[in-house]
Ligand binder design. Sequence first.
Ligand code: SAM
Ligand code: SF4
Ligand code: SF4
Length: 360
Amino acid sequence: MPGVIPRGPAGRSAPETTAIPAGTVRDTRGRPLRDLRISVTDRCNFRCTYCMPRELFGADHAFLPQSALLTFEEITRLARIAVAQGVRKIRLTGGEPLLRKQIESLVGMLADLRLPDGQAPEITLTTNGTLLARKARALAQAGLSRVTVSLDALDDALFERMSDSGVPVATILAGIEAAADAGLAPVKVNMVVRRGMNDAQILPMARHFRHTGHILRFIEYMDVGNTNGWRMEEVVTGAEIVRRIGAEFPLESVQAHYRGEVAARWAYTDGGGEIGLITSVSQPFCGDCTRLRLSPEGRLFTCLFAEQGHDMRGLLRMGADDHALAQRLAGVWRARSDRYSEIRGQAHREHKIEMSYIGG
Ligand code: SAM
Ligand code: SF4
Ligand code: SF4
């Protein structure tokens, strides 16, 4: 039943507001809105070949001007509305979210939000890790719950080639340790696996992160965006990864923490910790997909493979009240029917949104 929640202790950055309609909204497939992924910038200091190839994201690429980006106040206002409608987890992403100036202030503003039951939402962030050693403590102090760091290889030459960045692996490893030391643990480490590119790094990565408390997660290479020239033959399935690691370190499957958890969990039988498999290609999980994405300039996307977003910035900047924003957001979610990964073979998409714009 829609009810009304008053402004909570989160009021610090709230504009003058009317009461926000509250209650869980469901899409056309009965999926509730639970997660909000906020892309805070379309810029990145890496040029990962599968995400922002330099040929297409070179010196002449037109990134969004600062004035086009949602301000932290605008982001927080939309997040508050989403939280009233069922969102429990907020993930900051990008581009590279740590490039956005004073990102820790946004974390603080989001950490002040309260769910209808009075609890704080979980605030997480996905980063390439280059600036993490410098920022981890401030992020933790601002209220970040945990962090996910992307790392595709331990071999320096291969890592530099894949990220097209000149950044050594040691910088990312230092970021991971700094995050754990700052209390952002367990740190999740995401490795996108691309056959013939970095699949020989699966075992070295597994060996490195066993017994560290960090959770290594393998991501099947996806056909996101229009620029990475994706081919099915480059996908190494989660099942193959489990087989390859299991041959050296026996693994057993572990129960999901909750329904809709993105990564399938496997634990080393010798107590070395656990790994995760994100099998978006071989075993799609659209049926449990509860994620809404907000782009840097305020468009809502209901699927990673969407071609179109729904503008919220226009409404925000023409002075719409919270009620109108909430109606719009709920309307976008209610109309949602996406399940791209389940129908990948049949779905023809001309202009998918880029991963570097909308985040993972
Ligand atoms: N820059 C940050 C980072 O790299 O962690 C956050 C944004 S990045 C787009 C989010 C995640 O998407 C990263 O873990 C990245 O490896 C993953 N990703 C990007 N392109 C991908 C693809 N084609 N298939 C699978 N994962 C991809
Ligand atoms: Fe940047 Fe992340 Fe994309 Fe790599 S995956 S280019 S780090 S946004
Ligand atoms: Fe969710 Fe779209 Fe991915 Fe399916 S393809 S899991 S609907 S984001």
